[in-house]
Design a protein around this ligand. Structure first.
Ligand code: ZN
Length: 342
């Protein structure tokens, strides 16, 4: 029984001889790409060159297809990142890691392995979050930024190498804190002293939903723009994502395609008031030792309308519909959220 050539740390004993000799099933399924289904130029040719059967999807993509949301990648929103921040802070705060293991070199996007150790072996000052960004501030001005992307998460384990572990560090009081990522799209960045203050995405980010005022929000959004695309822009307000928008619009009875100029002063005020309340509620409902993404096996839908096309509206029992606005699905109730001009 050999080791998987693609993924050295794989403990998978089933080494496939088909297609990719010496690769384990996990490595094969993780690197398969779906065949194109649209007929863009060259698609026919590519399809015939494809080694996979037409329309075939990897196991991971099949899992995504089962989700109520269309096959779009799932990204963590403010609430999930905040849950992760609180968890990691409770496990790690006030201590230095005793040991760091980089299990997959690809996870480290910025900085070297030596720098990662240099940073993580220092005592943690604080776990911080801004919008959907999460980072650890360590003594001496070092920082480690975690990007979860689609399936990344940090959990507390008894062993350093649970399934999908990519980076692990041991904290005496808690155990092994592990950055896990089944799709290997997330990554970690090490920021040397002084670099956090110059981190571009943080500098460009708007205020948090808990801090923004009505005037600030209205000034940042131009009248002709759809409110949804304004809220999705992290430079306007930080951390508001696609799910939050469906839920907020339903709560405030705003139509999905509403433009910023159509909102009354009272509606702007209601929006600014509802945003922090919504996030506080979702954070409270999502608190668990590990963040659970809705598209994962066993993930549950905790939202009122998001991902509930065809189900009854909790307010009026009309069937929830889905429409694409700003390139992303918005779920809404046609009875509770009629166009404002009607
Ligand atoms: Zn309704």
């Amino acid at each position: 029984m050999g080791l998987c050539r693609r993924r050295r740390r794989s403990r998978c004993s089933i080494i496939s001889g088909r297609g990719r000799p010496g690769w384990c099933g996990w490595a094969i399924s993780a690197t398969r790409t779906p065949t194109p289904t649209c007929l863009f130029r060259g698609a026919r040719k590519r399809r015939s060159l494809s080694r996979w059967r037409n329309g075939w999807r990897s196991a991971t993509t099949m899992l995504l297809r089962r989700s109520p949301e269309e096959r779009r990648p799932w990204m963590p929103e403010l609430a999930e990142v905040e849950v992760a921040r609180r968890n990691v802070a409770s496990w790690w705060e006030g201590e230095a890691a005793a040991e760091v293991r980089l299990l997959d070199a690809k996870v480290l996007k910025k900085g070297s392995e030596r720098e990662l150790e240099e940073a993580m072996l220092r005592p943690l000052v604080a776990m911080r979050r801004r919008g959907k960004y999460l980072w650890a501030e360590l003594e001496g001005g070092w920082a480690v930024m975690f990007h979860f992307r689609m399936t990344g998460k940090i959990s507390c384990e008894t062993t350093p190498e649970p399934r999908f572990a990519r980076l692990a560090w041991r904290v005496d009081k808690a155990g092994w804190l592990t950055f896990k990522d089944s799709r290997r799209l997330g990554h970690v960045e090490v920021l040397a002293p002084g670099k956090l203050e110059r981190y571009d995405a943080l500098l460009r980010m708007g205020k948090e939903p808990h801090d923004i005022t009505v005037d600030e929000l209205r000034d940042a959004a131009s009248d002709t723009r759809q409110l949804k695309s304004a809220l999705l822009n992290q430079g306007v307000v930080a951390g508001v994502g696609n799910i939050a928008i469906s839920e907020l619009f339903w709560r405030l009875q705003l139509p999905p395609e509403v433009r910023c100029g159509e909102l009354s002063q009272a509606q702007w005020e209601a929006l600014v008031e509802e945003m922090p309340r919504y996030f506080d509620e979702v954070i409270e409902r999502s608190m668990a030792d590990e963040i659970a993404y809705m598209n994962e096996a066993g993930g549950e839908n905790i939202f009122e309308v998001y991902g509930r096309k065809g189900e009854a509206c909790p307010r009026c029992e009309e069937a929830i519909e889905r429409v694409k606005v700003a390139g992303r699905s918005t779920y809404f109730c046609p009875a509770c959220q009629p166009p404002l001009s009607a």
